[in-house]
Design a protein around this ligand. Structure first.
Ligand code: 2P0
Length: 337
């Protein structure tokens, strides 16, 4: 099934309808960091994953959008106060997505976006971007869809966006259906106020290879990828148990092992893929050394060189001392420390 057919099916009688009130819709969605990663698709058009994944939201980092009808007869995107040029990948991805919902060819959108997430830095800017956009579309067109339906729609923009419709822990259940209607985020009810995440940013430059391309190459060429689904099943169980029981050691060990296994599948792809910078490697060594000294800190790494440290609030002073540039994010009440 093609993306456009699926959107028509989901929108039903809303499809092609121009809203009566031409007001401005406003929405915010947080970024999210996976503790159990999404890496590999069973359907590249619908962004259907081969395995489930689990993330935690970063409420202080995300995308805020004002979406309205543009009377100027052209699509217009303003990102962080600057117009986005039509020859950029950002513009094309945004317009390709919004075309799925355009009620008439003569209908144009204006989107004013403020993102507090560095674009293309492995901090999931597309996740909060597409999630906020779908929330705004839901308002503008008065669909009144629930979050799970919106999660399905956000996934069509970017897989990880389906986890950005909620705060806190969210499981993206892979689902089995060919149309992907059972592949969406499901929020976990547990909260963990003492859990902290620290961002260790070494570079905000665009990645040498997009995560989309990297995961596709990994699925197609990496022999180690054969073991990935079993690794995810086992890590997912451990991470959910750790969250239920507030067992920090189990959470840290399982999330870190999951990230290491994901990067191993990439290294094994042909040609091999590595996102690490020298600073990534020395910081990983430092984290291991800190653990040897009794400080409970773990890391996860996405499709980029930056690291996200996982630790408990009580250890924040020690960890901030060892990593002076660390940006600590509160996960269960908005703000940074
Ligand atoms: C994740 N990543 O679970 C994993 C870990 C990167 C590494 O989700 O092709 O931008 O748009 O579905 O969502 C990045 O992948 O990819 C990602 P598409 P997406 O957070």
């Amino acid at each position: 099934m093609k993306k456009s057919e699926l959107v028509q099916q989901i929108l039903g009688s809303h499809f092609g309808k121009v809203p009566e009130n031409h007001r401005t819709a406003e929405a915010f969605a947080p970024s999210n960091i996976a503790l159990c990663k999404y890496w590999g698709k069973r359907d590249t058009d619908l962004n259907l994953p081969l395995t489930s994944s689990l993330s935690v939201a970063l409420p202080a980092f995300g995308s805020h959008i004002l979406l309205s009808v543009n009377s100027d007869k052209k699509d217009e995107i303003i990102l962080n106060d600057s117009p986005v040029q039509s020859d950029t990948q950002f513009y094309r991805r945004f317009i390709d997505y919004i075309n799925l919902f355009r009620p008439k060819l003569s209908w144009y959108f204006k989107a004013v976006i403020h993102s507090t997430v560095p674009v293309s830095a492995g901090l999931a800017s597309s996740a909060s971007g597409f999630a906020s956009l779908v929330l705004a579309l839901n308002q503008l067109f008065e669909w009144q869809f629930d979050r799970r339906q919106l999660s399905v729609l956000a996934r069509l923009g970017s897989g990880s966006a389906c986890r950005s419709l909620w705060d806190g822990f969210v499981e993206w259940q892979a689902g089995v259906r060919a149309d992907g209607m059972d592949s969406h985020g499901v929020p976990l009810e547990q909260i963990w106020p003492d859990l902290c995440l620290g961002l260790l940013i070494f570079s905000v430059d665009a990645k040498p290879i997009s995560s989309r391309e990297a995961m596709q190459r990994t699925v197609q060429t990496s022999r180690l990828y054969r073991d990935w689904p079993a690794q995810v099943s086992s890590d997912m169980e451990k991470i959910k148990k750790a969250i239920r029981e507030k067992n920090f050691l189990l959470l840290g060990e399982s999330a870190e092992a999951n990230a290491i296994a994901m990067h191993a599948t990439m290294a094994d792809a042909i040609p091999g893929i590595s996102y690490a910078l020298p600073e990534t490697k020395t910081s990983i060594q430092k984290i291991r050394q800190m653990r040897d000294e009794g400080i409970s800190v773990y890391f996860t790494q996405d499709a980029g060189p930056n690291l996200k440290l996982i630790f408990l609030r009580q250890d924040m002073p020690d960890i901030s001392r060892c990593f002076p540039g660390l940006q600590v994010v509160q996960l269960f009440s908005a703000g940074t420390f």
